[in-house]
Ligand binder design. Structure first.
Ligand SMILES: [Zn+2]
Ligand SMILES: [Zn+2]
Length: 147
């Protein structure tokens, strides 16, 4: 764990944006191709930082955060005003917050490089996974860190 590490991010509101930070380096960072992540973010993939709950804080605008469960076990937190999906809580990772890395400030550190591709079976047909040498897993179940 780095001393004095802080990653900061937030939503897209100009007025009173939701702001969050984490102060411990992530347990892991992964690319996620699951349909829940891609649908809510409208993206080809998600980049997720798995961060210890103890080191994560919403520092501003908490009252604007809404929840949407894409599964009974996946609780997605987004800004009710601008719709930015910033992080989620997943029951099997009870001690962690899963942060959507692109909602970090562009000049913020992330704290880790992505080290795996998850839910490759759910990949959109228009997406090509780059030949980056990282391990690929069809879901959570083959991930070494799955509960
Ligand atoms: Zn917002
Ligand atoms: Zn996902």
């Amino acid at each position: 764990m780095e001393q004095g590490f802080t990653a900061t991010g937030g939503c897209r509101c100009d007025d009173n944006p939701v702001r969050y930070e984490y102060t411990t380096t992530p347990f892991e960072v992964h690319y996620c191709l699951c349909t829940d992540c891609t649908d809510v973010s409208g993206g080809a993939l998600a980049i997720i930082a798995v961060v210890e709950k103890d080191g994560f804080n919403v520092t501003r605008g908490e009252e604007k955060i809404k929840n949407f469960d894409t599964k009974p076990t996946a609780h997605r937190k987004f800004c009710g005003e601008c719709g930015t999906h910033m992080f989620l809580l997943v029951d099997i990772f009870a001690d962690f917050v899963l942060v959507h890395v692109p909602t970090l400030d562009r000049d913020s550190e992330v704290g880790q490089e992505p080290d795996r591709w998850l839910f490759t079976d759910s990949k959109h047909p228009m997406v090509t996974i780059p030949d980056d040498g990282l391990p690929r897993y069809p879901g959570w179940e083959d991930s070494p860190n799955a509960a």
